[in-house]
Design a protein around this ligand. Structure first.
Ligand SMILES: [Fe+2]
Length: 492
């Protein structure tokens, strides 16, 4: 394991990190205390393509206050970093997501919640701070910032990154929303799920219309508290997950600790239901036990539902005693996942699955405007299993038809970030699916300088076409999105 023992910290990090010896508060993980906007960024190499028009937004944890207890990487307050590209130029902006929890803590000038490492008070609601730090999705003219443990979907202006408030979907949202809802570009609908730790129903499923009204919501019958992370859609169906890894329900109920266990005897199940189906319409398909953080996409082929994603065949959390009090968190972050395909036949009930490739990859994204219809390509990252963190070491473009993978290994010291696909502006309607760019925010672990590297989406192995210097370090983070330029205008 390569835990940084004496990482250098950039000047923009808050002074209080000096008092905390936790690798997730230092080096490339250190939060930044600075919110800025800078126009006309310089390129370090190459030129920004003039047909790259739109905004890259990335979410991630950025602790604002000194943690009161042992810090977990997932605890940090959500911060968005945005790079807008237009006419061969780029501008940068970063802002906290002004969650209720962040505002309360900032008002008091101290941390008010313990994090995932506890100890927590389960009688408190919420007993963990909803940070909105995980995912960012474009819907109904604004960004939605979302939390993986299910929370408030915060609406954010895509231009100013100002937090507009909680999205309540026409006043009809009674519960929370998980990270990774899917937007169907053809209908404009947003399809989501949410989880309940302690009470049945342990999952709810919903659909929000193009103009932001909740139009459908139903309970999904799960046998207990589960921990799925994603949901997929096809043109007519949605697929919900009941996976073989979840948090020990007794410990969770008693103490609020999330102790992940792999229940090797429980099948992994995917439930297929019509987009606006009722609870009784869910058809469950059993597969070999596994865990899946992120799916690539799903689509229909005749009677078959086809779904590709990053399968973890043996997600048991490996705790290494030498890692001390951080052992459980570090074990959780050593992801071993490969590209996999599941097939479900709606006519016969048949379930099939196959390994597509054995390279360890995660954080896959197709062209997200094609969610629900067949896609051939995805862009993901190779994660080494000996790292102390989710370390984006190589960008991979995967061809789901041929199984071919193009791979670009970042040079020594550079670490990437989830890389969304950006269609080339003005491309013809019959352009190839991968006609465009992929963008990765990279940071060097010694210089602590960050850059945005722009790749030809069809040839990532050739390395970046351009490198844009960022005016400040972008801490390591989670999910990113690309929003086409013509969609961008300030929201009021
Ligand atoms: Fe995720």
């Amino acid at each position: 394991m390569t835990t940084p023992t004496t990482p250098r910290d950039a000047a923009d990090a808050p002074a209080w990190i000096a008092d905390v010896a936790n690798p997730y508060l230092h080096g490339i993980h250190a939060p930044t205390a600075v919110e800025i906007e800078v126009n006309d960024l310089a390129t370090v190499e190459g030129e920004i393509p003039r047909d790259l028009y739109g905004t890259l937004v990335r979410n991630g944890p950025n602790a604002s206050q000194l943690p009161s207890n042992l810090y977990h990487w997932f605890d940090g307050d959500g911060m968005l970093h945005a790079l807008h590209f237009e006419d061969g130029r780029a501008r940068y902006r970063n802002r906290y997501i002004r969650t209720e929890g962040l505002e309360r803590e900032n008002a008091e000038g101290r941390s008010l919640w313990p994090g995932l490492m506890g100890p927590v008070d389960v009688s408190r609601d919420p007993f963990l701070k909803d940070t909105a730090n995980t995912d960012v999705v474009w819907h109904n003219g604004a960004l939605l910032a979302l939390w993986y443990l299910c929370g408030v979907p915060y609406r954010v202006d895509p231009v100013s990154l100002e937090t507009l408030g909680a999205a309540d979907f026409g006043g009809r949202l009674a519960t929370s929303v998980s990270a990774h809802p899917k937007v169907d570009e053809r209908t404009g609908e947003l399809v989501y799920f949410t989880l309940s730790d302690f009470e049945a129903p342990h999952m709810r499923y919903g659909v929000v219309s193009r103009d932001g009204e909740l139009v459908h919501e139903i309970p999904i019958d799960l046998p207990g508290c589960r921990a799925p992370h994603d949901i997929t859609i096809t043109e007519r169906y949605s697929i919900v997950h009941d996976l073989s890894l979840f948090h020990d329900p007794e410990i969770l109920k008693r103490s609020g600790y999330r102790v992940a266990r792999f229940y090797r005897d429980l099948p992994t199940r995917f439930g297929v239901l019509p987009r606006r189906g009722d609870s009784d319409s869910v058809r469950w398909f059993d597969f070999e036990p596994c865990y899946v953080l992120h799916m690539v996409n799903a689509w229909e082929e005749g009677d078959w539902i086809v779904m590709d994603g990053c399968r973890q065949p043996d997600p048991e959390i490996e705790r290494r005693p030498e890692e001390g009090e951080l052992a459980s968190m570090l074990g959780y972050l050593r992801i071993k996942a490969h590209m996999h395909r599941w097939r479900m036949n709606l006519a016969t009930g048949e379930a099939r699955e196959e390994v597509l490739d054995d390279l360890n990859v995660e954080f896959p994204l197709p062209d997200t405007e094609l969610y629900g219809v067949k896609t051939r390509y995805s862009w993901c990252h190779h994660l080494p299993t000996d790292a102390y963190t989710v370390d984006f070491r190589a960008l991979v473009r995967y061809d789901h038809e041929t199984g071919a993978a193009q791979r670009y290994d970042y040079p020594e010291g550079w670490h990437g970030s989830e890389a969304p696909f950006a269609r080339r502006a003005g491309r013809s309607t019959d352009a190839a699916e991968d006609d465009g760019y992929v963008l990765s925010l990279v940071t060097h672990d010694e210089s602590l300088e960050s850059e945005c590297w722009i790749f030809d989406a069809g040839g990532v192995e050739r390395g970046p076409l351009a490198k844009v210097a960022l005016p400040q370090r972008v801490p390591s983070g989670f999910h990113a999105a690309w929003i086409r330029g013509e969609r961008l205008k300030p929201v009021r």
